[in-house]
Design a protein. Structure first.
Ligand SMILES: Nc1ncnc2c1ncn2[C@@H]1O[C@H](COP(=O)(O)OP(=O)(O)OP(=O)(O)O)[C@@H](O)[C@H]1O
Ligand SMILES: [Mg+2]
Lengths: 377, 256
């Protein structure tokens, strides 16, 4: 049996091997570009020869790098799984020395134990998810709620002016974007319905439709989704960074409670500003609807407002406000939750930030549908 | 040297994170008005031991008492009282990035005392002077150099005049002159104010200047525990090696 292989021909320092029975002769230089195909070919060749010994002859080898050495030890281990033994023969001093230097410690190589069966794994995952996430979230929520209520009257646990800062960051700075987008959505909503309503000659119901949809659903939801994107992410990033740089530990060992110091002011600020943001969204959305009603359906603003007074009930307004409180709480909680869960390292901060936004928006939508069912008329 | 009262006792402390055992039955004691140095290679578990002592990790196995309080059975209010009696210098600073240096240092005073702003400001100034920092009161931490940050963090650790001070690698990354002055500051604090300290460092020059007692960690195990002079006479090859290499100046290039 004789065959010869030329690998990586374009390479100046080519690599080459021959197989004579169970002796494997290596030539020239075994380096990173050649390792992959070398290992694959050898494994394929010998893995069926159970019980044999393969001799790896290094005499023809001129040089080798760490990848080459690793491939030897990798082959040795893999082949032994097929009951094929690999032994080394010859080799210059420099080759032998490199093999010594790059030798893997056996302990770092140990195998992970076999995976448990499929159903058991699912069980474990569910258990893990429940205790790692759901329970932890509930505990954090309880903590934050407790401190948010007690700290309404105690201002010493956080910095002076922190509430104001956060209110500006979370609420005031979001007014423009919330206003503009709500206006556009109100416009589109009315436009889509206008064509249908005109077919039925039910023009005036455009008012009921936009007003109730904006007040009960779209206003709170648009606000929550936008704020989750803006502030949910920044809350998560801020808290995660504080954790990674030991700021939270430092607060703790200075006898301060990080939740009261960091999370509570954000909670207060968002609970207070959220209803106002929602009202901005409602008003702007309705204005959008009014515009369409005026130009497409010939309903003047005066008529629109009169009809609005008839079709809108206090209940709708209250439901919208109630939703906005709940969304505000959810967003701050989710941001804080993921911020606090960061594992060391700057790359972890990016990860939890993304997660926080995705989960916050999902929770908002889920909560919205639950509330929608509860208050269905 | 007659023995001062024991203020920290760590006994058979073991810890496992993510199925990897990080600490193996760590045991040592620290005494009042002494500087206890914890040393060991990077990744040997020094910071982990410190965080256990500070109550930032739950104790999985073993026993820690600090200032006479058993950490496993401590109540929340006792823990708070304890925190007011210690100062901590964190390995990566731990200053709040959203506050200026002045606000950072003033924060514990603002929270735990009834002092008025004027008074707080002068105490902060005094502490900044102590570490040779001037004109940084209104700077944010991100505007300071690495060495200045370290000194600011040290000033904050001492802001409440705690009787017990913990420092995680205060000298890392400092030039030899700054390092020497930091060391003499620490020694003076001990001698003049009677502050006890637990300091993590692996700079041999520092250890020789400041250490009273040494805890040598290797892969989560204490391989030597004793006074500085005992360490210098130790027959343990690893300990001898560490001091010999360090004294030949190899460690000055090491800075993390
Ligand atoms: N929260 C954690 N989760 C998992 N592993 C951890 C955790 N904290 C520390 N470790 C591991 O524990 C070991 C010791 O870490 P530690 O930070 O105590 O080292 P150190 O002695 O302070 O090192 P350095 O001198 O580099 O600061 C490291 O291998 C680290 O990966
Ligand atoms: Mg450390």
């Amino acid at each position: 049996m004789f065959n010869s292989n030329q690998l990586g021909k374009s390479d100046q320092t080519g690599f080459d091997y021959e197989i004579r029975d169970n002796i494997l002769l290596l030539h020239k230089s075994l380096t990173l570009p050649h390792v992959n195909s070398f290992v694959k070919q050898i494994l394929k060749k010998f893995q069926k020869d159970h019980g044999t010994t393969v001799i790896l002859d290094l005499n023809g080898l001129e040089s080798i790098d760490s990848a080459g050495v690793t491939s030897f030890y990798y082959l040795e281990e893999k082949l032994s799984e097929f009951n094929v033994q690999l032994t080394f023969r010859g080799g210059s001093d420099s080759i032998r020395k490199k093999m010594e230097i790059f030798k893997l410690e056996k302990s770092t190589h140990e195998k992970k134990s076999d995976k448990p069966p499929f159903l058991a794994r699912i069980g474990e995952d569910v258990h893990f998810f429940f205790f790692e996430y759901v329970m932890a979230f509930v505990i954090l929520a309880a903590n934050v709620t407790y401190w948010s209520i007690t700290d309404i009257f105690i201002s010493k646990t956080h910095r002076k002016g922190e509430f104001y800062n956060q209110a500006v960051l979370i609420g005031v700075n979001a007014v423009y974007i919330v206003g503009i987008l709500s206006f556009i959505i109100g416009l589109v909503l009315a436009l889509q319905s206008a064509a249908q309503l005109r077919n039925f000659g039910a023009n005036i119901f455009i008012v009921d439709l936009t007003v109730i949809a904006m007040m009960r659903e779209m206003g709170p939801l648009i606000t929550a989704i936008l704020v989750a994107g803006r502030s949910g992410s920044s809350i998560a990033a801020e808290i995660a960074t504080m954790k990674v740089t030991s700021e939270l530990d430092a607060l703790k060992t200075m006898a301060m409670n990080p939740i009261r110091f960091v999370v509570v002011p954000k909670m207060h600020a968002s609970i207070v500003t959220f209803p106002f943001l929602t009202i901005v969204a409602d008003v702007m959305g309705i204005l959008g609807g009014m515009l369409i009603a005026n130009f497409y359906l010939d309903i003047s603003p005066m008529v629109f407002i009169n009809r609005m007074g008839e079709s809108l009930y206090n209940r709708d307004i209250l439901i919208g406000i109630l939703k906005s409180f709940i969304f505000a709480g959810l967003i701050v909680l989710t941001g804080s939750f993921f911020g606090l869960r960061v594992t060391e390292g700057a790359e972890g901060v990016g990860k939890v930030t993304t997660l926080a936004v995705v989960v916050a928006i999902s929770l908002v939508i889920i909560a919205d549908s639950i509330l929608g069912l509860l208050f269905y008329r | 040297m007659e023995k001062n009262p024991c203020i920290i006792e760590v006994n058979d402390l073991s810890a496992t994170f993510e199925e990897r055992q990080i600490l193996h039955k760590v045991a040592f004691r620290a005494f009042e008005q002494e500087i206890t140095v914890i040393l060991g290679a990077s990744g040997s578990g020094k910071t982990t031991v410190l965080k256990h002592i500070l109550g930032l990790y739950n104790i999985q196995e073993g026993y820690i008492s600090i200032l006479g309080k058993n950490l496993s059975m401590i109540t929340e209010s006792e823990q708070k009282k304890l925190y007011k009696a210690i100062g901590v210098f964190y390995q990566n600073g731990g200053l709040l990035n959203s506050l200026t240096i002045g606000e950072n240092l003033g924060l514990p005073l603002e929270q735990h005392t009834d002092l008025d702003d004027e008074m707080i400001r002068s105490i902060v100034m005094l502490k900044l002077n102590l570490v040779n920092l001037v004109n940084v009161y209104d700077h944010y931490p991100s505007q300071l150099s690495g060495g200045m940050l370290k000194r600011a963090a040290l000033a904050r650790a001492m802001i409440m005049d705690p009787p017990l001070l913990f420092c995680d690698e205060p000298g890392a990354g400092l030039d030899p002159v700054s390092l020497a002055s930091l060391d003499s500051l620490l020694v003076n604090l001990k001698l003049q104010l009677g502050i006890s300290m637990v300091i993590i460092t692996h700079q041999v020059s520092s250890i020789l200047r400041i250490a009273d007692r040494i805890v040598f960690l290797e892969e989560g195990r204490v391989i030597f525990y004793g006074t500085l002079s005992e360490a210098l006479d130790s027959g343990d090859p690893d300990v001898r090696d560490f001091f010999n290499k360090g004294m030949r100046g190899y460690d000055s290039s090491k800075n993390s």
